[in-house]
Design a protein around this ligand. Structure first.
Ligand SMILES: Cc1ncc(COP(=O)(O)O)c(C=O)c1O
Length: 383
């Protein structure tokens, strides 16, 4: 009898650093500021609306593209905030979190041999998604220090084979955000090309100091070639519910839905109904910037008394810090030692690069209760 052998489709993927650091945090009773999720509950009203939806019988398959009321609510929110009126029937699809939307969009438009430009550091699903589609990732490093986009380098990376550019603002892990000038630069780059865009905007409502989120939906010239993706997991403290969405013009949505249909078909019916009802009130996402800005400021203020150097944080619930005044260890080694010896887990920024730069930067997540942040700060000032 012969044993079947399996040739891996993702040879470079192993256990992620997020899992490794979370396990290490548990073993060493460390405060876990590694993985990016809140340690506080979501709104009880939202829980009640989802429960109500279940009791009302919304427990069978939802429509493939999403519950109509939720797509309508997403259309209204996007029109109100960014001025683009997406058609809920032909342009909005509800997905199993942003991760599935990202994979679906890549699989819908990238063919074997197509090039896809990604800006590093980036969320860890992008490159495996491109590889599963048979695409060729073309990597451009964001500027060190402020993680701004080197648009001239992006221009130089474009070739006749470029099919897609992956974008993310507010940006994980750096907390950098796009300005209107970034959208101008992007528009100038792609306007006369066949290049499509994927805008990962999951932190659209977590943006600070009065800055406006520069959604690609704001610009017709960009939106007409873009998959604009977001997630209620980030906006409503419900990362475990995995509900996201993708807005794209009808031709892109038609292809996106062909893939979506055979990846998941549809996502949780009751949760979609609950969120649709919750979205009638804009307050939960309108108050999010102030909610997280308070946490950012508390965390940054506490860290100011440490030897970590704070890098800018204009959005997301992540703070990146330079630790070169504390250690010259490589990032992963330092992050492990910070967990085992100092009792705080962080993520090395090298984990977000296929080709890591020589930097000494780790990422902390501040989507945590006040007492969790204080416990972490007490330890970090001693590092
Ligand atoms: C930039 C970015 N995109 C996408 C996701 C995934 O979102 P979801 O949990 O809705 O799949 C995350 C989650 O950490 C993220 O940081």
């Amino acid at each position: 009898m012969s044993t079947p052998t399996l040739k891996t489709r993702l040879p470079e993927v192993g256990t992620t650093i997020f899992t490794v650091m979370s396990q290490l945090a548990v073993q060493h009773d460390a405060v876990n500021l590694g993985q990016g999720f809140p340690d506080f509950p979501c709104d009880e009203r939202l829980q009640a609306l989802v429960t109500e939806a279940m009791r009302a019988g919304h427990n069978q398959y939802a429509p493939m593209s999403g519950v109509a009321g939720l797509r309508e609510a997403i259309a209204q929110k996007t029109a109100r905030l960014y001025g683009r009126a997406y058609d809920p029937g032909a342009e909005i699809t509800v997905t199993a979190g942003a991760t599935q939307a990202i994979m679906g969009a890549i699989l819908a438009c990238v063919h074997p041999g197509d090039e896809v430009i990604a800006l590093e550091p980036c969320y860890d699903s992008y490159i495996p998604g491109v590889r599963l589609a048979g695409g060729v990732p073309v990597l451009v490093a964001l500027n060190p220090g402020d993680y701004s986009v080197p648009w001239e380098k992006v221009r130089a990376a474009i070739s006749p084979r470029t099919r897609l550019i992956l974008l993310n603002s507010p940006h994980n892990p750096s907390g950098a955000v796009f300005s209107a000038a970034d959208l101008d630069a992007l528009e100038a780059l792609v306007c006369d090309t066949r290049i499509l865009l994927l805008a990962d905007e999951v932190y659209e409502h977590i943006i600070f100091d009065g800055i406006a989120h520069q959604s690609l939906a704001r610009r017709a010239a960009l939106a007409e070639r873009a998959f604009v993706i977001s997630s209620f997991g980030k906006s409503f403290h419900t990362t475990g519910w995995k509900i996201g969405y993708c807005c794209a013009p009808p031709e892109l949505t038609a292809e996106f839905r062909k893939v979506h249909q055979f990846m998941v078909f549809a996502v949780s019916s009751a949760v979609q109904h609950g969120i649709a009802a919750y979205l009638k009130d804009p307050a939960p996402y309108e108050t999010l910037p102030a909610f997280y800005q308070w946490k950012r400021d508390r965390f940054r203020h506490g860290l100011a008394a440490s030897r970590f150097k704070l890098l800018p944080c204009a959005g997301t619930f992540f703070q990146v810090v330079d630790y070169s005044a504390i250690s010259d260890e490589p990032e992963e080694q330092f992050a492990r030692r910070l967990t085992t010896d100092h009792g705080v887990a962080a993520i090395p920024v090298s984990a977000f690069y296929a080709q890591p730069l020589e930097s000494k930067v780790v990422r902390f997540c501040f989507a945590k209760k006040e007492e969790t942040l204080d416990r972490a700060l007490e330890r970090l000032v001693k590092a």
